[in-house]
Design a protein around this ligand. Structure first.
Ligand code: BTN
Length: 247
């Protein structure tokens, strides 16, 4: 699939896989840069924080994009999070939805989760040798497992069905447009400029202690840490697993 800028994706489609990320990891040495693994249904889809990603068969987009960057330092891995989040947001905007990026890489409309990502990197020394960018986007599913907090889908938001293939094509087109902008101010501004709840005073949970606190999101540091201004004026810089949003 040709996407401009001489960026060509190679798409591998499966009816069923345990996990597209799992498949990509298992076959990483055989898969070229820009391979895309798509499954109509994942029997054991993987989510963040060791959770499962639950998506009804045939109704959603579940895929993993393999990137083999030529020169990206491990300490710059947040660039991949920004790239994937901004590309996905661009495709959703084009489809008429106004999503925000919930740090680090969920896509929200209002307070509902439309998409999530699981990015798994393989390092070689201080470089990223390969990255598996797994994206789960709820497309036509309208009934969700009650254990999920605030899920939504394109169809649930607007009442009509979408072609998963067309949505995938659009995401890859946006991905191709942003890929050459890795490590540019433009990408970072696009990522941090559209953060969910930026500038709002919110309640948070400290994952280690279970205690809650209030603070206002000021931005994201290039190392991926969120910048939260606490009520006493100090800046807290949590990594992803250190805090949870209270919605
Ligand atoms: C999250 O918990 O929000 C991250 C969800 C990531 C799900 C996607 S679906 C495609 C890819 N394969 C997986 O097993 N997980 C990711």
């Amino acid at each position: 699939m040709k996407e401009g800028n001489d960026i060509t994706f190679r798409i591998f489609r499966f009816e069923t896989l345990e996990s597209t990320n799992g498949y990509a990891q298992d076959h990483l040495s055989e898969l070229d840069n820009l391979s895309v693994i798509v499954a109509d249904w994942q029997t054991a889809g993987r989510g963040q924080r060791g959770n499962r990603w639950l998506a009804a068969p045939g109704e959603n987009l579940t895929f993993s994009l393999v990137l083999k960057p030529e020169a990206l330092l491990a300490r710059e891995q947040m660039q991949l999070t920004a790239l994937a989040s901004v590309a996905l947001r661009g495709a959703l905007l084009e489809a008429g939805f106004p999503p925000r990026i919930k740090w680090p890489n969920d896509l929200y409309v209002g307070d509902s989760k439309l998409a999530g990502m699981l990015i798994e990197n393989r390092l070689f020394g201080d470089h990223i040798e390969a990255s598996v960018i797994g994206i789960g986007l709820n497309v036509n599913q309208t009934a969700f497992d009650p254990c999920l907090s605030n899920p939504t889908s394109l169809k649930a938001l607007c009442g009509r069905s979408f072609s998963c293939d067309e949505v995938l094509e659009s995401i890859l087109r946006h991905f191709a447009a942003w890929l050459p902008k890795i490590d540019t101010p433009a990408l970072w501004e696009a990522y941090t400029g559209e953060l969910y709840a930026i500038g709002e005073r919110r309640q948070w949970k400290d994952s280690a202690t279970g205690t809650t606190f209030y603070g206002t999101i000021k931005g994201v540091r290039r190392d991926g840490r969120l910048m939260i201004r606490l009520d006493d004026g100090t800046l807290r810089l949590p990594a992803f697993k250190e805090i949870e949003y209270i919605l």
